[in-house]
Ligand binder design. Structure first.
Ligand code: NAD
Length: 327
């Protein structure tokens, strides 16, 4: 294992939820961080603690533009590629833009990173690649058919990464993120993720709507576990651990009903009335799978992954952040 300090790390999508948390963490570990972002869904305010650090550089640019990728890659040791258009419903509404960013943009970054001879290209893959496979827990080698345009784009990323490592020798690692949550995740907009959206609605005493009966379950993954996986993916010297993909999750599942109960439990400490906010059940959402649970055995065995935060431990921290920053 190498210690990840004093390197130059390019974080694409660094103004977004996961990217901005990665920027802060790797700056705090004594690295130089370059953020490439076009602010499509990211925000300058996510980077407010980075701007004061002289080791931080923001490049406003677009991964669909090859020159922007080349410019951002100058002098870079490692790439943490996060830039993409997330959200299954967004991809159903506009598959062409999702494909342009998530596939063509990804390919630009991978090609430019190969030319720049970076040490390793670590990228955000997705649990959506498991598609319609029903077996639990999900193991990396067994996937189903994609259920959305978004899922296709994330799977294509894995295919390109594998071919690039075989053909051009660039080292890649894909991290299949499972329902990540935590501080700075955007609660606003039509495509907001469920946890920040529910937190905001509960704080405003607005009733919340669960799609379906609430018994669907997910492997909710706190951001610090994701940061650990990114660090391990850069740090490993184990040659059998690279040029592959890893589930990036806590390795447990909770239902949507459990999630809402925990959110109310942690938020009522700040405002007791939140315990009485109404919960409505709507129809199931197109493209949603009933259950998701990761096996994290491969990451434990090959990378030494040891996730520290369960859903409850992560929610406690995230809820406190939302209350203090967005109330
Ligand atoms: P986010 O929307 O908060 O961050 C994405 C960032 O990419 C934003 O800052 C956005 O402005 C930037 N971006 C978008 N298009 C760009 C472009 N053309 N050029 C440059 N920058 C661009 O999303 P997030 O939740 O932080 O997700 C980060 C990555 O993780 C994405 O690749 C996403 O697909 C993947 N992922 C996330 C989750 C999750 O639960 N959040 C789950 C699976 C995979």
């Amino acid at each position: 294992m190498r210690e990840i300090t004093n390197y130059t790390i390019l974080i694409t999508g660094g103004a977004g939820f996961i990217g901005s948390n990665l920027c802060e963490y790797f700056l705090s570990r004594g690295n130089r961080v370059i953020c490439l972002d076009n602010f499509a869904t990211g925000h300058r305010h996510n980077l407010k603690d980075c701007f004061s650090n002289s080791n931080f550089t923001l490049i406003e640019g677009d991964i669909r533009n090859y020159e922007d990728c080349q410019k951002a890659l100058q002098g870079v040791d490692y790439v943490l590629h996060q830039a993409a258009l997330g959200s299954v419903p967004r991809s159903i509404k506009d598959p062409i833009t999702t494909n342009d960013v998530n596939v063509s943009g990804f390919l630009n970054m991978l090609q430019a990173a190969t030319e720049a001879q970076v040490k390793r290209f670590v990228y955000a893959a997705s649990s959506s690649t498991y598609g319609d496979s029903v077996g639990l827990p999900k193991v990396e080698e067994v996937i189903g058919k994609p259920l959305s345009p978004y899922a296709i784009t994330k799977y294509v990323n894995e295919l390109y990464a594998e071919i690039f490592s075989k053909t051009y020798g660039i080292e890649t690692i894909g991290l299949r993120y499972f329902n990540v949550f935590g501080q700075k995740q955007d609660p606003n907009g039509a495509y907001a993720a469920v946890i920040p959206k529910f937190v905001m609605q509960l704080m405003k005493h607005e009733s919340i709507t669960i799609n379906g009966d609430g018994n669907y379950s997910r492997d909710f993954t706190y951001i610090d576990n994701v940061i650990q996986m990114n660090e391990l993916a850069m740090a490993t010297d184990n040659i059998t651990a690279v040029n592959t993909v890893y589930n990036t999750a806590f390795g447990d599942r909770n239902t949507l009903n459990d999630l809402v109960a925990y959110l109310k439990y942690y938020l009522k400490v700040y405002d007791p009335a939140i315990a009485n906010v109404t919960v409505i059940h709507g129809p199931n959402r197109l493209g949603d799978i009933p259950h998701s649970l990761a096996s994290i055995d491969k990451a434990k065995e090959l990378l030494g992954y040891n996730p520290k935060y369960s859903l409850q431990e992560g929610l406690k921290i995230a809820v406190d952040w939302y209350w203090n920053n967005l109330k």
